[in-house]
Design a protein around this ligand. Structure first.
Ligand code: ATP
Ligand code: MG
Length: 312
């Protein structure tokens, strides 16, 4: 993203970002006013199990979208497919209208879409700054060694290092610069993964359970960092079981169960949606169901009050 594009994106976001989702249908696969990522007929089976079966989904540009659902719903598998870490049995998907079918993860990253992992993949035996420099290649985890990442070294090395240092300062990891990534706390690793993802200046940032294993103090700062991605005009898609976070920062929520998208909507509407409650009830889950129940109760009480007032 160059400077001009950043400005342009910011303007667009003001017009069609979060606010652009007002009035969008809450049916699974609902059309968005300005989708940056679109997927069709994506299926992935493991033996007899259909892990992902997504007919159609659109992700709104410049918004924060949460992907929620019970354990085993297929969220991580769907992330893997969209980012090229796994191949679907069927389907097509595109970023900015460009097909990503068969595109390798590091190329997906260079095209503007990066992701973090449910189990962080910082390289423990490399220092923090070394992890950051490798982020510039769009490569993650063990696959990095197979990457043709030489293209970024040499004369661009200073530029890469400067950018890495800026991001480390922003994520308050600058004091850890020379420490091995393996010595960081769980929360700091999450921050490092997010910082590293930003090395390629992505349009779309996908986060798989950014809050898992993060202590309450760091949670607040992580929330701030995710919001700041949107403020910069980026699109965020994140998987999360922490409903407080979902409610706090999402402009839109997409619900998966048994591989399918079963509901979409604003956080408030989704948490009160019977299809969502059913999806969680039928499955093993980490999510605090009482919150969903509370949201439904609130909605029922509000409806009753409205009815009473109507009948007056
Ligand atoms: N490599 C694999 N081989 C076989 N089965 C797999 C594989 N990866 C995922 N699965 C299965 O696919 C289903 C979806 O898994 P996935 O990890 O995508 O769920 P999830 O929604 O991310 O769950 P969680 O919230 O627990 O992270 C599960 O039943 C899982 O056991
Ligand atoms: Mg998962």
């Amino acid at each position: 993203m160059d400077a001009d594009m950043t400005d342009q994106t910011k303007t667009d976001t003001a017009q069609t970002g979060p606010a652009g989702l007002v009035g969008v249908s809450t049916e699974p696969g609902a059309k968005k006013p300005d989708p940056i990522l679109v997927a069709d007929s994506i299926t992935r089976t493991f033996g007899g199990l259909t892990a992902v079966d997504v007919e159609h989904v659109e992700i709104q540009r410049g918004a924060i979208t949460a992907l929620i659902g019970p354990n085993g719903a297929g969220k991580t598998t769907f992330f893997n497919l969209l980012t090229g870490f796994d191949q679907p049995n069927t389907g097509s998907w595109s970023l900015e209208g460009k097909s990503l079918k068969g595109v390798a993860p590091y190329k997906v990253a260079r095209l503007g879409m990066v992701r973090t992992f449910q189990l962080t993949k910082v390289l423990a035996k490399l220092t923090v700054i070394e992890n950051m420099r490798l982020g510039a290649t769009g490569q993650k985890g063990e696959r990095i060694w197979a990457a043709p990442f030489k293209f970024l070294w040499g004369k661009q090395e200073d530029e890469v290092t400067n950018k890495a240092d800026e991001l480390l300062a922003r994520f308050m990891l600058d004091k850890k610069r020379e420490d091995f990534a393996g010595s960081l706390s769980g929360g700091q690793r999450k921050l490092l993964e997010m910082a590293r993802a930003l090395m390629v200046d992505p349009e779309v940032v996908m986060l798989d359970e950014p809050m898992a294993g993060v202590n309450p103090a760091l949670k607040q700062s992580l929330l701030g960092h995710v919001k700041s991605l949107r403020d910069e005009g980026r699109t965020v898609l994140f998987v999360e079981h922490d409903m407080d976070m979902v409610r706090d920062i999402s402009d839109w929520v997409i619900v998966m169960a048994q591989g399918k998208i079963v509901a979409e909507g604003t956080p408030e509407s989704v948490m009160a949606d019977q299809r969502v409650i059913d999806a969680y009830l039928g499955a093993h889950h980490d999510t605090d169901l009482s919150e969903l129940d509370e949201a439904r109760l609130e909605a029922e009480v509000e409806a009753e009050i409205a009815q009473e007032e109507d009948s007056k």
